[in-house]
Design a protein around this ligand. Structure first.
Ligand code: SF4
Ligand code: SF4
Ligand code: SF4
Length: 457
């Protein structure tokens, strides 16, 4: 499958993509796409560059231009741009960096303190409470000012397994429920967990969380090999029990599968297994492993991007048949954004030590990337959070508007420069040169466009 041809995206933004059936004209800002022949492509680009050339065009070329114009292909549209005022109505809490698993590719060295650089730490309850107070208050005030903020969100995540700090999680949830009642603003809870939970934890999860993400490597053998317990045993049986319970209870949950080179060809089989065993799951998210953290010292390697793409597309066919929504983070043609994640608007994520980071993967002060992503901390003396406005201003610059490398990419307003933690490791935005993930993002976005064309005829 071919990718885009390097026509410069002059305003109005127009791209030509190529597949086995010929050229596709694509105007991402309008979500417009059309199959075309070479002469139509040339006429469209000539007109987009200089509308005055219409006078000199043949009748056939004029007809093409008019047809495209009527559908909005040449309309100038505002570029996606988000406001980066830091006034969060949601917080992600990392209750602990302890973990009951030792996944072979863990980016955070879960259970080993970031690779033995830092101690195992549990968040202080006061830290979590002040974070909840802040987002609940913001939600209340923003709603009163007419913003479409209907609740505050507490996400439980971790650079470890959050339920290893179960007592703390309970206290956080009960506290947030009290605050919600007091302020008359609903609280919403979600959790990301490895799914290795005891009965009490599972009951609590089912009873209190609105949505859940489970990290599960798709097939029992991969789960046991890649995500062993701290004691070195397989974890499939326990995670399976959790997911079957979530299905029974009707809890919204998604599965995140980290794909290594060894298992990449099995993605279609994983879809079949998941569709059959966990019917009704919200989504199945495939992400190629990124070689960092424990992955650097284990045998796990990132799959070849061509092979990942091919296997993903085969899995997509099975997913349609099985009623499963398949996701890869870089392919999202239906989104128009200028940033890949919330990193540039100061995503409010609190680590077990009370540091505030904009990035889930950068959670230790000893990580050199913390210089970029840490922008606040809990101040014990003040008993509240302090934020660094300069850091927030720097983070707000992390948008695709400032990445020259992405300027000519038809995925620019969908992928938006990809995950900053991965592609900007130790470099500045101007030095961004993409990564092997670009091939996957482009190929899968092109596939989304092709599928829309097929549906629309
Ligand atoms: S469960 Fe999560 S935090 Fe724990 S080792 Fe695995 S990837 Fe790391
Ligand atoms: S920068 Fe990457 S790792 Fe960090 S929060 Fe965003 S998507 Fe996640
Ligand atoms: S990171 Fe790669 S795929 Fe994403 S917008 Fe930039 S060039 Fe395109």
């Amino acid at each position: 499958m071919d990718e885009q041809v390097a026509y410069p995206p002059a305003p109005p933004e127009l791209f030509v993509l190529n597949d086995e059936r010929g050229p596709i004209l694509y105007a991402p800002l309008g979500g417009l796409m059309a199959r075309a022949n070479e002469s139509a492509v040339q006429a469209a680009f000539a007109y987009a560059d200089d509308p005055a050339v219409l006078e000199t065009m043949s009748a056939e070329e004029k007809a093409v231009v008019h047809a495209l114009d009527e559908r909005g292909f040449f309309a100038c549209r505002p570029l996606p741009h988000h406001e980066s005022v830091f006034r969060p109505a949601q917080v992600t809490l990392f209750p602990t960096n302890n973990c009951n698993l030792r996944c072979t590719y863990c980016y955070a060295f879960g259970g080993e303190g970031g690779g033995s650089r830092e101690p195992i730490t549990t968040m202080k309850l006061e830290v979590a409470q002040r974070a909840v107070d802040l987002v609940a208050r913001n939600a209340k005030e923003r709603a009163a000012e007419g913003e479409a903020v209907r609740n505050f969100l507490v996400s439980i995540h971790g650079n470890g397994e959050p339920f290893c700090a179960f007592d703390l999680i309970r206290q956080i949830v009960w506290y947030a429920q009290d605050v919600a009642e007091r302020l008359d603003v609903p609280a919403v809870f979600n959790a990301a967990t490895n799914g290795v939970l005891n009965d009490e934890q599972l009951d609590f999860l089912v009873a209190n969380f609105n949505s859940v993400n489970i990290s599960f490597d798709g097939l029992p053998a991969y789960q046991d090999a890649n995500r062993p317990t701290a004691a070195g045993k397989g974890s499939f049986a326990q995670v399976d029990r959790t997911m079957r319970r979530l299905v029974e209870a009707g809890v919204d949950f998604g599965i995140r599968t980290t794909v290594t080179a060894d298992m990449v060809e099995s993605m279609p089989e994983i879809v079949d297994f998941v569709a059959e065993r966990y019917p009704g799951i919200e989504q199945l998210h495939f992400e190629p492993v990124w070689e960092c953290g424990r992955c650097v010292t284990s045998a796990d390697t990132m799959p070849d991007s061509e092979v990942f793409t091919r296997s993903y597309l085969a899995a997509l066919k099975r997913a349609e048949a099985g009623g499963v929504r398949l996701v890869f983070s870089g392919a999202r043609q239906d989104m128009l954004v200028d940033t890949f994640c919330k990193v540039s608007s100061g995503s409010f994520t609190v680590t077990p030590t009370g540091d505030v980071t904009a990035c889930y993967e950068v959670s230790y002060a000893s990580d050199p990337r913390s210089e970029r992503f840490f922008f606040g901390r809990f101040d014990d003396e003040r008993g509240d959070f302090v934020f660094d406005d300069e850091k927030l201003a720097e983070l707000s610059e992390l948008t695709v508007h400032n990445i020259p490398y992405c300027a000519d990419c038809f995925c620019r307003w969908h992928c938006a420069g990809d995950c900053a933690a991965k592609v900007l490791d130790g470099i500045e935005l101007e030095e961004h040169r993409g990564s092997v993930r670009c091939h996957i993002s482009r190929a899968l976005t092109l596939n989304q466009i092709q599928r829309k064309l097929d549906w629309n005829g």
